[in-house]
Design a protein around this ligand. Structure first.
Ligand SMILES: [Zn+2]
Ligand SMILES: [Zn+2]
Length: 189
């Protein structure tokens, strides 16, 4: 059974659908700051250009809810991230645009027991990339300065009631969301 686990193993979510819908690289400030905040609290060091993968929002089983806590970076945030409060892995992310059909995660920052080597379709939000090694990034990636909604259009799922619980539903069952009020433009590490 496919599952996502935090790095210490206290939190686990099991998936009804193990197919990765698609993958992106994302350079946006929110992805960066959220990962940095996890890192300064004890999580793994994030990649400069983070790889994201998307799964259907349908969980068959959840363990370790008491260790899970949701956080948002700022007031009126679109993204809600679930962290393990023991190891500060991010085990999943909801965004209002997903409409509870899917959720996202960063395989570098947690554990997934299936092959996550899927090739990202593009690197988005490159306008937010703060590191000075842009010229060293692979030339095989399609780089996009902002976000093009057409890019992922064909991967969008129609809402259907999950067999198990949705990721949003899980968020409603754990502590949070706590708003971190991180400053825009700030680097935490
Ligand atoms: Zn953990
Ligand atoms: Zn991002």
């Amino acid at each position: 059974m496919t599952f996502i686990s935090c790095n210490c193993g206290k939190c686990k979510i099991f998936l009804n659908y193990s197919k990765i819908l698609y993958s992106l690289f994302c350079a946006c400030e929110d992805c960066r700051q959220a990962a940095e905040w996890g890192f300064i609290n004890g999580g793994l060091k994030p990649d400069k250009l983070q790889k994201l993968i998307y799964f259907r929002s349908d969980l068959s089983k959840v363990s370790g809810k008491k260790w899970m806590h949701s956080f948002q970076l700022r007031q009126k945030a679109d993204s809600t991230r679930v962290y393990c409060t023991n190891c500060y892995s991010i085990i999943g992310i909801d965004h209002t645009n997903y409409n509870d059909t899917m959720f996202m995660l960063i395989p570098k920052l947690c554990k997934v027991n299936i092959d996550t080597s899927i090739t990202p379709i593009a690197a988005i939000q490159m306008q937010d990339y703060i590191f000075d090694d842009k010229q060293n990034l692979s030339k095989d990636i399609k780089f996009i300065e902002t976000y093009d909604p057409l890019l992922t259009k064909s991967y969008k799922l129609k809402y259907s009631k999950p067999e198990g619980i949705s990721f949003k539903n899980l968020i409603s069952q754990i502590r949070g969301p706590k708003i971190l009020n991180l400053k825009k433009g700030e680097s935490l590490i």
